[in-house]
Design a protein around this ligand. Structure first.
Ligand code: RIB
Length: 309
C-alpha cells in the first residue's frame, strides 16, 4: 500500500441548492428553471471529500449547524473516509447554504449564506490545534473567517506542516498570510485580485506567479480552466494541459483538483505527476452535475488515467 502523509482540511460546509436554467436571470427578470437539486457542497467539504475519495488520510476541521442536513453531511464524510472528529456542531446556527444557478453553457453563479461556517472562529481553531499540528499538510480556502485561516496556517508552519491555500472565493490577502503559504492554487480571476496583474494568457500567468513568489510562496499553480494550469517554481514556469471532456457543469472542479493534488503529493508523487492526477479527477467531476455527487473515487481516477495511456 502507498505510504500516505496526514492531511488536515480546514474549511466550509454548504448545502447547495442548484437550479439549472437556459440563461442567468437579469435584475428584475424571472427565469423558469429546467432542473433543481439539493446537493452536498462547500469548498472545504468538497476538497476534503475529493481527498478522502482519492485515498488520503484526512481530518476535516469545520462547523455544521444544529440541523439534519449538517448531521447527514457529517455522516457522509465518514463514509467517504474522512475523520470527522474535528467537525463541531454549532448550537442555534444553520449549516451553510449556497444558492447556485447553472446556465446552458455549464457556467455557474453562486451566492452564499455562511451560517455555521462563520462560527469557525480562532477559538474553535485553537481547540483543533493538535489535529493541525499532527498533519503533514493543511489545505484551506477562503469561505472561513480569515483570522482562523491565518491562525491555522501559523500552527501548521510552527509544527513543520506544509500550507496549501486555494484562495477562493477571490479576495485580497495580507502579506503576513501569504508568507506562510507553501503552495497557492488561484484561478485566473483570483490570481488577478491577489496580484493586480491581468491573467489572460501564459505571459500574464507567469507575471502573476512571479508576484506571488515575491511574497514568499515557493509553488504557484494558477488554474486556467480548459487550458490546464500554469505551474511556477523557483522562477521556472510552464503550462500543464488538462484533459478534454464534455462538461456538464464545473461546480467543484477546482475543489476536486485541489483535493486530488494534495492527496497525490502526500503519496510523494512528483509535482508534475500530481498535477496530471488532479487534472484527471477534475475532468471526471465536470462530466457530472453538482459538487460532491460529481467527485470521483480513486479507482475511477486510476482507470481514467489508464485509458488516456
Ligand atoms: O466550489 C464550489 C462550491 O462553492 C459549492 O459547492 C458551493 O457550496 C460554494 O461553496
Amino acid at each position: 500500500m502507498t505510504k500516505r502523509g496526514k492531511l488536515a482540511v480546514l474549511g466550509s460546509i454548504n448545502a447547495d441548492h442548484i437550479l439549472n436554467l437556459a440563461q442567468f436571470p437579469r435584475p428584475g427578470e424571472t427565469v423558469i428553471g429546467k432542473q433543481y437539486q439539493v446537493a452536498y457542497g462547500g469548498k472545504g467539504a468538497n476538497q476534503a471529500v475529493a481527498a478522502g475519495r482519492a485515498g488520503a488520510d484526512v481530518t476535516f476541521v469545520a462547523c455544521i449547524g444544529s440541523d439534519d442536513i449538517g448531521r447527514q453531511m457529517r455522516e457522509q464524510f465518514s463514509r467517504d473516509g474522512i475523520d470527522v472528529t474535528a467537525i463541531e456542531e454549532v448550537e442555534g446556527e444553520a449549516t451553510g447554504v449556497a444558492l447556485i444557478y447553472v446556465n446552458g453553457d455549464g457556467e455557474n453563479a453562486i451566492g452564499i449564506y455562511a451560517g455555521a461556517n462563520g462560527a469557525l472562529t480562532p477559538e474553535r481553531v485553537q481547540k483543533q490545534r493538535q489535529t493541525i499540528a499532527d498533519a503533514d499538510a493543511l489545505l484551506m480556502q477562503l469561505e472561513s473567517p480569515i483570522e482562523s485561516v491565518q491562525l491555522a496556517a501559523e500552527i501548521a508552519v510552527k509544527h513543520g506542516g506544509k500550507v496549501i491555500l486555494n484562495p477562493a472565493p477571490a479576495a485580497k490577502l495580507s502579506d503576513e498570510l501569504l508568507a506562510l503559504i507553501d503552495i497557492i492554487t488561484p484561478n485566473e480571476t483570483e490570481a488577478q485580485i491577489l496580484t493586480g496583474i491581468e491573467v489572460s494568457d501564459d505571459n500574464g500567468a507567469a507575471r502573476a506567479a512571479e508576484a506571488l513568489h515575491s511574497k514568499g510562496i515557493a509553488t504557484v499553480i494558477i488554474t486556467l480552466g480548459s487550458r490546464g494550469v500554469w505551474l511556477s517554481e523557483q522562477g521556472e514556469g510552464k503550462r500543464i494541459a488538462g484533459f478534454k471532456v464534455d462538461a456538464v457543469d464545473t461546480i467543484a472542479a477546482g475543489d476536486t483538483f485541489n483535493g486530488a493534488l494534495i492527496t497525490a503529493l502526500l503519496e510523494s508523487q512528483p509535482l508534475d505527476q500530481a498535477i496530471i492526477f488532479a487534472h484527471a479527477a477534475a475532468a471526471i467531476a465536470v462530466t457530472r452535475s453538482g459538487a460532491q455527487p460529481s467527485v470521483p473515487r480513486r479507482e475511477e481516477i486510476d482507470r481514467f488515467l489508464q485509458q488516456q495511456g
